[in-house]
Design a protein around this ligand. Structure first.
Ligand SMILES: Cc1cc2nc3c(=O)[nH]c(=O)nc-3n(C[C@H](O)[C@H](O)[C@H](O)COP(=O)(O)OP(=O)(O)OC[C@H]3O[C@@H](n4cnc5c(N)ncnc54)[C@H](O)[C@@H]3O)c2cc1C
Length: 433
């Protein structure tokens, strides 16, 4: 019986959930090769989820179970669209699944959004997670006391929390010592988290909000006037938490903590203002009023000082030759792009939802692939390995990743989980030891 052969491009949650389903539900023999451009697996679980949220990163153990199944083979350090083409994969496998996520930051699209000191949350969070694309370019945090974080979702809270934590609150994390030192260099920080709409339109999780309220060195500040008319009973638990916090505004202010985290609502960014060095100095916002759930601009302006601006407003997929892209996503029909080519996860539906949101959708697309991509006697990675070898690319398999993992864990400082490698070359070297 001939083997059904699949390539999955991307080893993040959606790629792993799909690979697991392909392996488990196949009726005949199956081989699944999971490619990733990095030598390390797990996508944003390693490179997006905050380093002080190890309880969430633990999902990597479930993903590892998939990547170590007999039918599954990890092919790290291979960029599809760079080291090999999508067409070469399509020629070699019965079905190809795109699970490349959405790594590019969406821009604010207002004057000044490219000034020095404007750093999208994708780049920012990958930097603090030591993603090799970003370790050489830390965000300009020197002499940065005023920070604006735009967005009312959990990524905004992650960025803020890590800016306002002190070293002892990072125990048990996997933050790199250089990232930590760079992040903690200012003794005083004033972070403003800005939303365009009402507090009750927020997408914060109550757990993450509570973490801000409980920061040792930071006062969470919400103007009680902002919470008027916000109904915690039809609203979410997060609204109740915001209301409770607003009620304590005076005492939180009086506590005299070195950092403040202010929540500002109903503000739409209009222009990023720079100094004579081309660096951010403030953001001008237009106040909004909310009508039928939408933010309507008013005539009132508010200017907030900032030397760093982190927009947390979404992401787009990157182009891969041969892959259609529309508005930052891969156009598809229930996961189908074209004959034998499918898409899942953030590349399919855009940057929304948690890790778990990817599961059932990836499973559905995997089952579709099993039904629609019969075994055609294709060679699978046997045809790809010589191409990579000719190009001087050394794929990192699961055993290679285990060596990287062991080296990172061995290098961990006291009270830290690991010390991540910064460069792909260092990772590949660790595999060769
Ligand atoms: C900053 C941040 C924090 C988050 N925190 C949480 C959280 O705490 N809890 C939670 O539930 N969710 C969180 N999420 C959401 C969660 O990370 C996503 O739902 C999930 O990672 C999307 O999975 P994915 O597989 O589609 O993409 P990704 O996780 O991005 O995986 C894509 C993979 O494809 C690889 N790849 C990309 N291009 C290529 C190519 N050309 N060739 C080969 N490989 C390629 C990448 O290296 C990567 O490994 C967070 C997201 C962000 C941005």
């Amino acid at each position: 019986m001939s083997i059904q052969k699949f390539a999955v491009v991307g080893s993040g949650p959606s790629g792993c959930y799909a690979a697991e389903r392909l392996a488990r539900k196949a009726v005949g023999p199956v081989e699944i090769d999971v490619y990733d451009r990095l030598p390390t697996p797990f996508g944003l679980v390693r490179a997006g989820v905050a380093p002080d949220h190890q309880s969430i990163k633990i999902v990597a153990r479930v993903m590892a179970k998939t990547l170590t199944r007999d039918e599954v083979h990890f092919m790290g350090n291979v960029e599809v669209g760079g080291d090999i083409s999508l067409a070469q994969l399509q020629d070699s496998y019965d079905g190809v699944l795109i699970a490349i996520g959405a790594p590019e930051d969406r821009k604010l699209g207002i004057p000044g959004d490219d000034l020095l000191g404007v750093v999208g949350s994708g780049a920012y969070t990958r930097w603090y997670n030591s993603h090799p694309d970003h370790t050489d370019a830390p965000p300009p945090l020197e002499r940065v006391s005023d920070i604006i974080v735009i967005g009312n979702g959990n990524v905004a809270l992650d960025v803020t929390r890590l800016l306002a934590k002190q070293a002892s609150e990072l125990e048990g994390s996997d933050i790199s010592p250089d990232v930590e030192a760079h992040m903690l260099q200012e003794p005083t920080r004033r972070v403003t988290i800005v939303g365009r709409r009402d507090p009750q339109a927020n997408k914060f999780s109550p757990l993450e909000l509570r973490e801000i309220a409980e920061l040792e060195d930071a006062a969470m500040l919400i103007d009680p006037a902002d919470m008027e008319g916000q109904d915690p009973e039809g609203g979410s638990k997060a609204v109740t938490l915001l209301k409770d916090n607003a009620a304590e505004y005076e005492e939180r202010l009086a506590a005299g903590k070195p950092h403040t985290v202010r929540f500002a609502f109903r503000l739409s960014p209009e222009e990023v203002l720079g100094d004579d060095q081309g660096r951010v100095r403030a953001v001008r916002f237009r106040k909004t009023r909310v009508e039928d759930g939408s933010a309507v601009l008013t005539d009132e302006i508010e200017e907030i000082p900032a030397q760093l601006l982190v927009p947390c407003i979404g992401y787009r997929s990157l182009e891969v030759e041969g892959l259609p892209l529309e508005e930052g996503k891969v156009p598809n029909d229930d996961g189908l792009i074209s004959d034998g080519l499918y898409v899942v996860g953030w590349a399919k539906r855009g940057p929304s939802g948690t890790i778990g949101t990817n599961r059932s959708e990836a499973q559905d697309v995997a089952e579709r692939m099993l039904a629609e991509c019969p075994a055609g006697g294709k060679p699978g990675r046997k045809a790809i390995l010589p191409l990579l070898s000719d190009a001087g690319i050394k794929p990192v398999d699961w055993a290679g990743w285990l060596k990287i993992n062991a080296a990172e864990e061995a290098a961990a400082a006291e009270d830290r989980v690991r010390k991540k490698f910064h460069a792909i070359e260092e990772m590949v070297k660790a595999v060769e030891v």
